[in-house]
Design a binder for this molecule. Structure first.
Ligand code: UDP
Length: 192
């Protein structure tokens, strides 16, 4: 682990990160993962509660090359970027191979539906479901019930920073999904 401006980054390579998390997909314990860009690091500088959240998550990877460069000044160098899209793709593939479920939570209704359609086309055997990210606070219990009912091994949450991080942190124990990642605009990227 190397701290950059107080944020604890994992020093695992991309491959090590994928192996580590693929191993967790069928476990009992929920894991919260952040692929942190400079926006997240800077936000934590002025927000002590957000910094505390970052200190408590299970794994933070460097989403951008900036963190990889900065790490050289902090003694222990980070090797690779581990971006949300690449990490999510690798874990979706693992789920498809093992018959495990993937739930996409976030983006517009059109984008969410299209992302699911594209991923089904790419991995015909994939068990996948989703829910768009424009729900009201009052609908949160229903959203949580939909995720729990599907029993995914992987939950990708694309609600924007910091809402997605707060959502996973707040509902981690309730959701009990083995691997949960805040993915920003990745669902839009899967939508094409
Ligand atoms: N989003 C959402 N609900 C909201 C606000 C945003 O689902 O109430 C989605 C938005 O449609 C997009 C993602 O969150 O898919 C955020 O993408 P962006 O690239 O802006 O986020 P960042 O990666 O910069 O946090």
């Amino acid at each position: 682990m190397v701290k950059i401006l107080g944020v604890p980054f994992s020093t695992r390579t991309f491959t090590e990160t994928c192996d580590f998390l693929q191993d967790k997909l069928q476990g009992e314990t929920p894991h919260h993962i952040i692929t942190a860009n400079p926006e997240i690091v800077m936000m934590a500088q002025d927000d002590a509660a957000f910094m505390t959240l970052l200190e408590r998550v299970d794994l933070i990877t460097p989403d951008g090359i900036g963190a990889v460069w900065a790490s050289k000044y902090y003694g222990q160098a980070l090797h690779d970027r581990v971006t949300g899209v690449e990490l999510s793709t690798s874990l979706i593939e693992a789920c498809a191979e093992r018959g495990l479920g993937v739930f996409l939570l976030g983006a517009s209704p059109q984008s969410n539906t299209l992302a699911i359609k594209n991923l089904r086309q790419r991995y015909p055997q994939l068990r996948i479901a989703g829910q768009d990210g424009y729900f009201k606070e009052a609908d949160v219990p229903e959203v949580l019930a939909a995720v729990r009912g599907f029993k995914p091994a992987l939950l990708l949450v694309g609600l924007g920073v910091p809402r997605q991080e707060l959502f996973i942190h707040q509902h981690k124990q309730d959701l009990q999904v083995p691997v949960m990642i805040g993915v920003g605009g990745c669902i839009d990227i899967f939508a094409g």
